[in-house]
Design a protein around this ligand. Sequence first.
Ligand SMILES: Cc1ncc(COP(=O)(O)O)c(C=O)c1O
Length: 362
Amino acid sequence: MAVPLFDTKTPLAPLRDDLDARVRAVMDDGRFILGPEVSAFEADFAGYLGVAHAIGVANGTDALTLALRALDVGPGDEVVVPSFTFYASAEAIGPTGATPVFCDVDPVTMCVTAETVRAALTPQTKAVIVVDLFGNVPRMDEIMALGVPVVEDAAQAAGSTFQGRRAGSLATVATFSFFPSKNLGAFGDGGAVTTDDDAIAERVRMLRFHGSRDKQTFELVGHNSRLDEMQAAILRVQLPSLDAWCDGRRAAAAHYEAAGLGEHAALPVPVEGADPAWHLYVIRHERADELAAALRAAGIGHKVYYRRPAHAQPAMAPYPPRVPLPGTEQAARTHLAIPMSPVLTREQADEVVAAVRDARLD
Ligand SMILES: Cc1ncc(COP(=O)(O)O)c(C=O)c1O
C-alpha cells in the first residue's frame, strides 16, 4: 500500500458543498479585493488565536517582511534568524535592507533556543525571527525574555500551542502562510500577520496597501500584498475544522509511536511546554539518504526539506554565519519527513514503520 506524504484532499471532502457555496457567493458579490470576506476572516482568525489583530496579506513571505518593516527594521539593523528553516524566513529580511544574522538550532527539537538566539545578538540586533519549525514551538517565554522584539514565524504551526496559548499569539508579532499544504491552507497563496500591538497592526495594514491608510494619501513606500477575497472565503470555511485536523495530526504521531517507529529512527521531540500540531513529521536518522531510497522503493512518501540550510544558499553568501552552526548541520544532514496528515490511519502508520524497519539501517 502506497502512503502519500500529504493528504490535503480527504479532510476537505466534507466541506465541499460549503466551499462551493461560498466561492459562488464571492463571485455573485463581485468584490474581490479587501472586501467583507477578508474582514470577516481577519476577525475569525484573531478570535481563534486570541490576539487583537489579524491582517490578511498575500503570502507568508510578505507577512514576514511587513512584520519586520512594522517593527521599523531597516538598513543598518540586524535580524537574527535560524538557518534551519525554509529559505523564505531569511529571504524576507532582504527587502527591509537589514542584515540577516544566522543562529543555530537544537539538533533534537530542530528549533532555536534562548541560548542559540543569545549567541547571535549584537547591539545592532533590531529583531529576532523565531520559527515554529514543522509545527513545534520554541521556548518563546525564554526568548521573549531576551528583551528583543520577536517575530514568530508560525507558517508551519497553525493549531499548535505553547503553554496553553496558540502559536501565532506568543511574540511581539507573528506571521502565517496559507500555502495549500499548510495546516490551514488556501487554494492558492495567502498569509497573515497577527499581533496584540495596535501600532504594529496599523502599520501592517498600511504597508499591505501601498503605505496608505485611506487609499488617497501614500505615507510610506509600501507593498501590494493583500489576502484576496476568494482565499479569505475559503479559509473561513476551513477555520472551524482546524482544531479537529490538528487532533488528527497528533493522532497520526501517536500511531507512529505505537507502531514502534522510535525503535528504528529518532522521533520528533516536542519542545518542553509545546503541543505541536505536526505540520510535517520529520524523523532523524544518521543514514537518512539510504532510508529515503528504501522508502521510495516501498512507495512511501518522504521528503528532505532543508539539506542545504538557508545560510548555505548562494543568495545568502554575503551573510556568512558569525557563530558556529553544529545543530543546524546535524539537522540538515539527518532529517527526513515521512507521511503526515489529519487523516493518516494506524494501518498507514504500520505500513510506513514496516518500510523503515525493512530498510534495516538500525
Ligand atoms: C517557515 C516558513 N516561513 C515562511 C514561509 C513562506 O510562506 P509563503 O510560501 O506563503 O510565502 C514558509 C512556507 O512556505 C515556511 O514554511
